[in-house]
Design a protein around this ligand. Structure first.
Ligand code: ATP
Ligand code: GLA
Ligand code: MG
Length: 535
C-alpha cells in the first residue's frame, strides 16, 4: 500500500504562488500540477475559508476511513463564462474562466477489496460502492438522475486513456462547493475531478510502472472528460471541462475547438473592474430538462447547419464528435467561397424564411432526408420534444455571439491607448461590458435560454451600476455574471442582496445569500494535492 509516491511529471511545490503555473507557454499540453500547499491553489483572500474547509474534509476522511492513509486529494473547479454562450458545440471560440469554487476528492489508494467507495460530504448524495471488475463496459443509465453517474462518467473517461486492470481500489470522500444547476458547471468540475482522481490513483498504485497514466496531459483529460460527460444524457460542448482543467489564475481562457482544441490564457488590461456572479437560485437541471432545452438547442443548431449546407450546395460538413455538421463548418465552407459573415447571415434569413419555425416534415424536405432518418440520427441518443424547430433565431444567435467573442477578445488584447486616463478606462470597460449585455439579450430573444429571474437580475445589475451583465452557462435558471467598477463592487453586491434576494425570498438566511452572490476572480484549474494534509 503506497504511503507516498513520485510523479514523473513536472511538479510545483509549497509556497509557489498560483500564477507560477502559467509561464506564458502552452496551457494545454502540460501536465496537471501536483502541489503540497493550499496557497498554491487559492488566492490570499480565499485561503482562510479554504483552509478551514480542507481541514474539515481531512478530519471527516479520517473518521470515515480510520485505518487508511490519505494518498492524495484531486480538485477541479467550476467556471464562469464571460462571453460565448451556446456556441461551443457549434465549434466557435468561447471565453470562460475557472473560479475558486471547486469539487475535491480525497482518496485512499490500495487495499484488497477491488472496490471504488464513494462518500460525499453533502447528504443529498448517499454513499455508493462499485466493484472495479464490474466497471468494464459499464453502461450509464442516462434516464436516471443519479449523482454517481458523474463519477462513472469519469471512469469511462479514464478507460479511454488506460486499461481497467490498472485501476486500484479507491476509497473516496467528495466535497463539492459549486452550487448544482447554477450555470457554474458543477457537473464538469465533478467529472474532471473524478477522472483526475482515477488517473492519479493509477500512478500512485504503480509509481514506477510504464503506465499510460504517466503520460496523461491536461489536454487528454479534457478531451476524454468532454466525451464521457455526455454519458449522463446531456449533449454538451467542451467549454466547461476546458475551463476546469486549463484554468490559469488572473486570466480568462480563449478556448478554441476548431480546427482543434486550444486554450489561450488572456490577461485583463485593466484592474479597475470586478466580475460578480449572482445566482438566481432557480435550479436549472440540464439532465432533466435536456429534451426541451439544452439537447433541443444542440439539435436545432446542428440541423440548421445541415440544412444550410444542403440548400446552399456546400457539400458534406465535417461531423462534430459523431453527431452532425456545425455552423462553424458552414462558415468555413462559405469563407472558402468568398462569403463573409454578413453574407452567411443573409443566407440564414433567406433559407429560414418562415417566422413560425419548421415542423419535422418541413425539416425533412429541406434536408432531403426522411423523418425517420433524421429522428434516428439526431434525436435518439439524446431524445428531444418539440413542435417546431426555430432554425433562424438559433443560427443568428450563434453567428452573432461568435462575432461578439471575437470583438471581446480583440478588446482584451488591445486596450485603447488612452486607457490610463480615468474616462478612457471607463469607456473601454463600458464597451467591453456592452458586448456582455448584448449577449444576454440574444440569449433571451434569439436562443430562448433565459428566464424571468435571470432577466431581472441582469437588469437590476445594470440599474445598480454594472457596466454590463448577462446570464452565464446554459441558462434557463442559474447565474448571471456582471462586470462592475471595482470600487463599487461591494456596494453593488449589497444592492442586489436587498433588491433581488431579500425581495424574492423573504426570510432567506445571510449565509444563503452569501453563497449566492460573490465577487469572483480567475482561478487555477485542476490540481492534485499531496503530502501536507494538516491544513
Ligand atoms: P451548468 O451545466 O448549467 O453549468 P451544473 O453543471 O451545475 O450547471 P448540471 O449539468 O445539471 O448543472 O449538473 C448538476 C449535477 O451534477 C447534480 O445534479 C449532481 O448530480 C452532480 N453534482 C454536481 N456537484 C456534485 C457534488 N459535489 N457531489 C455529487 N454530485 C454532484
Ligand atoms: C453548458 C455546457 C457547455 C456550453 C454551455 C452554454 O454549460 O456544458 O458545453 O454549451 O452550457 O454555453
Ligand atoms: Mg453541467
Amino acid at each position: 500500500m503506497p504511503q507516498s509516491f513520485d510523479f514523473s511529471t513536472p511538479t510545483s511545490t509549497g509556497s509557489t504562488p498560483p500564477s507560477e503555473f502559467y509561464d506564458g507557454s502552452d496551457a494545454v499540453s502540460s501536465y496537471v500540477p501536483v502541489i503540497s500547499s493550499l496557497s498554491a491553489v487559492y488566492s490570499k483572500s480565499a485561503l482562510p475559508a479554504q483552509e478551514q474547509r480542507w481541514g474539515s474534509l481531512v478530519a471527516l476522511f479520517r473518521q470515515l476511513y480510520p485505518n487508511e492513509d490519505l494518498t492524495f486529494i484531486a480538485r477541479s473547479p467550476g467556471r464562469v463564462n464571460l462571453i460565448g454562450e451556446h456556441i461551443d458545440y457549434s465549434l466557435f471560440d468561447v471565453l470562460p474562466m475557472a473560479i475558486t469554487q471547486d469539487v475535491v476528492i480525497a482518496v485512499h489508494v490500495g487495499g484488497a477489496d477491488g472496490q471504488i467507495i464513494l462518500n460525499n460530504t453533502d447528504p443529498r448524495f448517499p454513499s455508493r460502492i462499485f466493484n472495479i471488475a464490474d466497471l468494464k463496459d459499464i453502461e450509464i443509465d442516462a434516464t436516471v438522475h443519479e449523482w454517481s453517474n458523474y463519477f462513472l462518467a469519469g471512469v469511462k473517461g479514464a478507460l479511454s486513456l488506460l486499461p481497467l486492470a490498472e485501476i486500484p481500489s479507491m476509497h473516496c470522500l467528495i466535497d463539492g462547493r459549486i452550487p448544482t444547476g447554477s450555470g457554474l458547471s458543477s457537473s464538469s468540475a465533478f467529472v474532471c475531478a473524478a477522472l483526475l482522481a482515477i488517473v492519479t490513483a493509477v500512478k500512485a498504485a504503480a509509481p514506477h510502472s510504464e503506465s499510460f497514466a504517466n503520460a496523461v496531459t491536461k489536454s487528454d483529460l479534457v478531451q476524454s472528460a468532454v466525451v464521457s460527460e455526455r454519458y449522463v444524457g446531456v449533449n454538451s460542448g467542451g467549454m466547461d471541462q476546458s475551463a476546469s482543467v486549463f484554468g490559469v489564475p488572473g486570466h480568462a481562457l480563449r478556448v478554441q475547438f476548431y480546427p482543434e482544441l486550444k486554450a489561450t490564457p488572456v490577461a485583463f488590461q485593466s484592474d479597475e473592474f470586478a466580475f460578480v456572479i449572482a445566482n438566481t437560485l432557480v435550479v436549472a437541471d440540464k439532465h432533466v430538462t435536456g429534451p426541451i432545452h439544452y439537447n433541443l438547442r444542440v439539435v436545432e443548431t446542428t440541423l440548421a447547419a445541415e440544412i444550410l449546407a444542403n440548400q446552399c450546395g456546400l457539400g458534406p460538413l465535417p461531423i462534430r464528435d459523431g453527431f452532425g455538421g456545425t455552423l462553424r463548418g458552414v462558415v468555413e465552407a462559405f469563407k472558402a467561397r468568398g462569403v463573409d459573415i454578413p453574407g452567411v447571415m443573409n443566407k440564414v434569413n433567406e433559407v429560414f424564411s418562415k417566422p413560425e419555425g419548421y415542423t419535422l416534415a418541413e425539416t425533412a424536405q429541406l434536408l432531403g432526408q426522411s423523418e425517420v432518418e433524421i429522428t434516428q440520427k439526431y434525436m435518439t441518443r439524446f431524445p428531444v420534444r418539440f413542435e417546431r424547430f426555430q432554425f433562424r433565431a438559433r443560427a443568428l444567435h450563434v453567428l452573432e455571439e461568435a462575432e461578439r467573442v471575437k470583438k471581446y477578445c480583440e478588446m482584451l488584447n488591445h486596450a485603447p491607448a488612452d486607457h490610463s486616463d480615468g474616462d478612457g478606462e471607463e469607456k473601454y470597460l463600458r464597451a467591453l461590458a456592452s458586448l456582455m449585455t448584448a449577449s444576454h439579450r440574444s440569449c433571451r430573444d434569439l436562443f430562448d435560454c433565459s428566464c424571468d429571474e435571470l432577466d431581472e437580475l441582469a437588469n437590476l445589475a445594470v440599474t445598480n451600476g454594472a457596466y454590463g451583465s448577462r446570464l452565464t452557462g446554459a441558462g434557463w435558471g442559474g447565474a448571471t455574471v456582471s462586470l462592475v467598477p471595482k470600487d463599487k463592487a461591494v456596494e453593488f453586491v449589497d444592492c442586489l442582496k436587498k433588491q433581488y434576494y431579500l425581495k424574492r425570498f423573504p426570510g432567506i438566511s445571510e449565509d444563503k445569500i452569501n453563497d449566492a452572490i460573490c465577487i469572483t476572480e480567475p482561478a487555477l484549474g485542476s490540481a492534485v494535492l499531496v503530502g501536507n494534509y494538516n491544513v
